[in-house]
Design a protein around this ligand. Sequence first.
Ligand SMILES: CSC[C@H]1O[C@H](OP(=O)(O)O)[C@H](O)[C@@H]1O
Ligand SMILES: Nc1ncnc2[nH]cnc12
Length: 296
Amino acid sequence: MSSETEIQPVIGVIGGSGLYDIDGLENKEWRRVETPWGETSDELLFGTFEGIKCVFLPRHGRGHPIPPSRLNFRANIDALKRSGVTDILSLSAVGSLKEELPPGRFVLVDQFIDRSFAREKSFFETGCVAHVGMADPVSARLLDVLEAESRKLDIPVTRGGTYIVMEGPQFSTRAESELYRSWGCSVVGMTNMPEAKLAREAEMTYATVAMVTDYDCWHTEHDSVTVEGVVKVMKGNADNARRLVKAVIPVLGQKRPLDLSAERALDFAIITAPEKRDPALVAKLDAVAGRVLNKA
Ligand SMILES: CSC[C@H]1O[C@H](OP(=O)(O)O)[C@H](O)[C@@H]1O
Ligand SMILES: Nc1ncnc2[nH]cnc12
């Protein structure tokens, strides 16, 4: 298949804190999707928007029952892949690590630092080893559209930045917050890794809209982050996120060429010799890696 091959995108939206539904979808249906990795956070919401297929998943489940360390990221990403999703828009509440990124701003991050440690981070295990590239974890094409539509809607937006992923669920200590700032990070959150790594392994394009809710705890003129403070800002952010999602779907849903860095990420990534592969694991990888593993 050449890079000129056109595909019909299916848009997946992962809703973070405060975003447990999306409006404007037609033919809406919540459906459970079975995966070999266990239970997803919730049922997935299938629908169309201006004729474009969309799939929504509330990351923490409706009503927010699941904390960051207990999210089954593998099941969530596998279920989106299995449902035909090609492009993932991840919507996330984050704390700001820079003065110029106040609450209410949307940061279109282009890098991540993964400091999470209590999570399953790969679909590949003993019996089928793969190493995908993560140098550019975010799709510039998705960012272009998110940036252009945010500006049209007058949503305060910053293109570029690093999202540092902490394990949580407690917020950072002041020393941690200062450490992340000294590393040049823009925002801090608890969920985008391993989500972005798994999206790459599953050959889906990925971009995050990091919606600032607070200044974490480093800022001397603002109170340290609390859930109460986050929730107050989240409402306005969620309204803007809904407007933005509605604006980007018709643009992203148009036929487009393959995005090779993501959609062909597994072409040269699997190192385990075919005769050494574990058939049970290969079977589990059907949705994620069937394209390369099941080649004749
Ligand atoms: C409710 S504040 C902390 C919570 O919000 C973020 O989650 P998400 O990315 O799903 O919006 C953050 O990472 C924490 O999980
Ligand atoms: N300050 C913060 N730290 C980690 N996750 C967050 N989500 C929202 N605000 C946050």
